[in-house]
Design a protein around this ligand. Sequence first.
Ligand code: GLU
Length: 495
Amino acid sequence: MTEIRLRFPPSPTGYLHIGGARTALYNWLYARKMGGKLILRIEDTDSERSTEASTDGILDGLKWLGIDYDEGPYFQSHFAANHRAAAQRLLDSGHAYKCFCAKEELEVKRQAALAAKLPFVGYDRACRHLTPEQIAAKEDAGLPHVIRFKTPDRQGMLGYNDMVLGRIEVNYKEIDDFVIVRSDGSPLYLLCNVADDIRDRISHVVRGQDHMTNTLKQVLLYEALAAPLPIFAHIPLTLDNKKAKISKRSHGEVVAVQFYKEMGFLPWAFNNYLVLLGWSPGTDQEFFSRDELISAFSLERINKSSAIFNYTKGDAKFFTDPKAIAINEHYLRTMPIAELAPLVEEELRQAGIWDEAYADEKRSWFLEVITLIRDRFHTLKDFSTAGRAYFAEDYVIEEKPLKKNVAPYPELKNWLPLLADRLAALNPFTAERAEETARAMAEELSQKPGVLMNAMRAILTGQLAGPAMFDILLVIGQETVVRRLRQTERLFPAQ
Ligand code: GLU
């Protein structure tokens, strides 16, 4: 059996976006499933639009996602000689020819064909039958030329079997004698891409449906270059919820993989979201471990129709597709703490609130806090923002709890320090005794216990909601609880 070899060949002309990452993921999954190889090729032939920064961004995004490759990165620009050799082979074998028609002349003919409503508006093949003498004469006269592919003069349909879409065909008559080398001698992308896939012995080409118009022409190139045709699988485009193409220009950062890294998504959770964007397992399983996904994945189950990135710009409730958030929450709240801890550590380090003791004498405390607070969190960022009070003193007391639970009770200014004194006296400091103390004090003050508890939550964590109040007291610890309860100026800033 021939080796299974797939490739991910991004053009480094921008950021790694959701669609590109999904293509990379599908290729990776299939290569891993089949025990094949994944090759990374940076298609940088467009030297004006390609940038190093873009290449770095793509590599960084793949690394973050955990999409590893077995060969590469190869750079398409390093293989220019190979591309030119392929063009020369086509010329030598009579599969291509030099075309000396001037651009202006072609445009005049094209307009005339359009005006006459001809069924096929392509090159009229004027140079296809030039004799060697005519060619030599034109070359001697210094006329520039492009090289065109000589589409076979056949009846019937040209086609291939797409693993996703089934049989794809077009009538030979509709295929133009397309250009493969520009007049400056540089081969076109269409040819470079095939020459590289042949050189890299690619067995499966899995890419977006936007490349389908190229594929039929490329099928002809494989045949003419006497190379075996790879298996093609074209994956659906990713559109927004108004069926428009997604792009950074119209949707912003939210379509870039980098955004999810910065927002504190878990890389695997994001892969799990991406894979469902255009593929379904055929069961109702929604969450997959790496191994489960590799074994469940198949090219045949890729959807034929477009995938929807369900994002509404300006929606304050969902900063991205709610499904992406829900999947992330699921992993954040259920993954083994031992796997989550290093990611939280990284987040706290970046936020400048990591304490080396969390890796050492405070390890079990650290793990206990993560377990306690992760239930309401959406992304890793929450550990340094909503969860900041557990790790640092410079946490923000949010507007909502201040308005709802503090402002209506100005007396809290006196009550909380009093409660602090009573909690300071507890020995041992247990959840039950702390709770009894707070309830007894509320009763003395003829207040509902909730008045004290909610205010405690506000001043101790800055949040309106969170874990059970007395669990919070225990992890924050007696000394810190007492100190914070006395900082009532944080609730009632001097007017
Ligand atoms: N370089 C192309 C792109 O970034 C990929 C083409 C292909 O997969 O064959 O869209």
